[in-house]
Write a protein that binds this ligand. Structure first.
Ligand SMILES: [Zn+2]
Length: 298
């Protein structure tokens, strides 16, 4: 941070962020860094979010922040228009009109140490952390414990069922919670985690020799094949819930700048709003005939 200015600027905040999350650590396909905002504008208050969506933008406007730090890129693919009549164009117009800068730290924050998956592992109480997939030697992020996901040890052994309940309680609350795949009685001592969609690291979780792997956005075929070929048990949380813990670390880092107030959005940006558990097989409530079933229904 600049020591000469009383209030840090957008450029100062960007410099601080890039000291912890250099853009060169991001994947080639990723789009990180400053998206909107004049570098010379003072920053007194920031809002940390996973997603830049109309709801979090409304939060930023209400909280009167000068800058949003987001995990997911608002603009990942090429666009030919930012007209306010489009979904993202509307967001961009709102931010520019309110003079709110937008900065993105995505895969560069994923591989950082500490990074997104360290915060997730911390919530679950994991210790002895190491990367699930270390950054490749020769790449900018290589070394110093950096890489995708984390592998660690649980505070005490627990069954897969107990672990699913532990994770649901430890992670930010969502409608869906946590589901698990594999033998419910399997004892879990070591766990791999990856914030966000981690199905591309299923083979790494198997190679790591862990008892279970927690991530989000797991799919039918990939999960089924992984388990059928002897892979660790799986826990599927929601995308937002696995990345939200990192916002606390991010806010803490920003607070190190004198005069900056860092807020964290707790708005669940997962799309899921309803969860209905199927009645269990053999559930008496299902087997019992319904009273007055023969009566014509309105
Ligand atoms: Zn993500």
């Amino acid at each position: 941070m600049s020591t000469t200015a009383a209030v840090p600027t957008v450029a100062d905040v960007v410099a601080e962020l890039e000291r912890h999350y250099p853009p060169t650590w991001a994947e080639e396909w990723d789009r990180v860094g400053l998206v909107l905002g004049e570098p010379c504008v003072p920053v007194r208050r920031v809002l940390c979010v996973v997603d830049v969506v109309p709801e979090t933008v409304a939060e930023a406007l209400t909280a009167d922040v000068d800058m949003i730090i987001a995990h997911h890129p608002l603009l990942l693919r090429g666009v030919s228009s930012v007209a306010p009549t489009t979904y993202k164009g509307r967001i961009i117009h709102q931010l520019i009109k309110a003079d709110i800068a937008l900065y993105v730290a995505h895969t560069n924050a994923d591989v950082a140490s500490p990074g997104v998956s360290d915060a997730l592992a911390g919530r679950l109480g994991l210790t002895d952390l190491r990367p699930l997939q270390p950054s490749r030697p020769g790449t900018p992020a290589a070394g110093a414990g950096r890489g995708a996901g984390r592998v660690g040890r649980l505070p005490q052994p627990m069954t897969l069922t107990e672990l699913a309940r532990h994770a649901a309680a430890a992670l930010p609350a969502t409608t869906i919670g946590v589901r698990a795949a594999g033998d419910p009685q399997r004892t879990v001592r070591t766990l791999a985690v990856c914030g966000g969609a981690g199905d591309s690291f299923l083979a790494d979780a198997t190679a790591a020799g862990v008892d279970a792997y927690l991530t989000s956005d797991l799919r039918h075929h990939a999960a089924g094949e992984h388990l059928a070929t002897g892979g660790p048990a799986l826990l599927d949380a929601t995308h937002w819930a696995t990345e939200r813990p990192w916002l606390d670390d991010l806010a803490e880092l920003l607070r190190s700048a004198p005069g900056v107030e860092a807020l964290v959005s707790d708005l669940d940006t997962d799309p899921w709003t309803v969860h209905a558990a199927s009645p269990a097989a053999g559930d008496p409530a299902v087997d019992e005939p319904v009273a007055d079933d023969k009566e014509p229904r309105p």
